[in-house]
Design a protein around this ligand. Sequence first.
Ligand code: AMP
Length: 400
Amino acid sequence: MKDINVLVINCGSSSLKFQLINSQSEDVIAKGLCERIGIEGSQITYTPAGGEKYETVTPMPDHTRAIELVLKELTDPERGVVKSLDEIGAVGHRLVHGGEKFASSTLINDEVIKAIEECNDLAPLHNPANLIGIRACRELMPDTPMAGVFDTAFHQTMPQEAYLYGVPYRFYEEHKVRRYGFHGTSHSFVSRRAAEILGREYEDLKFIVCHLGNGASISAVKNGKCVDTSMGLTPLEGLIMGTRSGDIDPAIIEYLCNKEDKSVHEILNVLNKESGVLGLSGGFSSDFRDLEKAYREGDQAAVRAMKTFIYRVVKYIGAYTAAMNGVDVICFTAGIGENNAFIRTSVCEYLAYLGISIDGEANAKRGEEVVISTPESSVKVLVVPTNEELAIARETVALL
Ligand code: AMP
């Protein structure tokens, strides 16, 4: 493996997360976050490895200025971690939607930028922001190679019966309406890592990966390929999430537009931002730490939110077990999957029919790689912390 430093950039419409990762040691050398880009009160947070956190409030009218400040921090004579930009060998960009154009990561050139632009309609909030990040980096580091790693790419192996919706086929042909799926970098990273932990060949196993964070999705991975996933054309479909509804009857939208005298846009906003466990708990919280505490105190709003969340996960696991004609490994990852033992136990209690049993002591661990099933369990159940930044850095180096 080449020994270079890779700058991993995750660019949102008003924020930018970054990590500088050494490709050989895979250590994070520095990381940080620019917030409120283009809005008053913008701020950069920067943490060199082993050092203290620096927070600077400074104007960032656009993403170019934000990246300029990131590079300035990284090369700062006192708190910087590299002497010059020459010590940054590549940039890896997290990109949200690659449509059907990108089934894998790619080096970025003019043609690729055009192809990403052509996917803008599919992710109008995310792709334009990702492109701004790419253009800003190209302006400031014109000679540094850059790679794009797509959230959708891992799911491009799904068979047609998994990605088609039951709507007129011309909607797919003319408007590209189909399931794409997201969090692909995480589903790929976690399933591969689980195979390594178990000392088994990746291609020999059937995995179900539960990525349970504020955004949540689940995927079925068979013989090293994704065969189904719960998010769809957009990240709104599938599991009940922090604030997103997940699956609903689509006719609810028109019904609510009439009942609440709202536009489709307004109802979709409710489905994205005011639904999920936040909505189910009557607006109490989208955060599972708050919900679990309230659940334990017997709060009925928290009880119904958590039970409904768990039930949906269980239904998807059942569906994907059927889709793959069995399952060998179930993985839990992301904020809730890695940290919330109660959710894992509650999900697995439903799965006794699969011969699953959980080791309470192993399951009590938090945020670390651990097999939580007992040796007798017929399906291995693991917690595997996801690391999308490292996965992006690895993909970037592999492309060079
Ligand atoms: P993510 O989007 O992956 O950052 O996940 C966010 C969710 O993970 C929130 O609902 C948090 O409550 C949950 N979470 C994160 N850290 C912890 C923790 N240490 N203990 C319990 N839940 C956590």
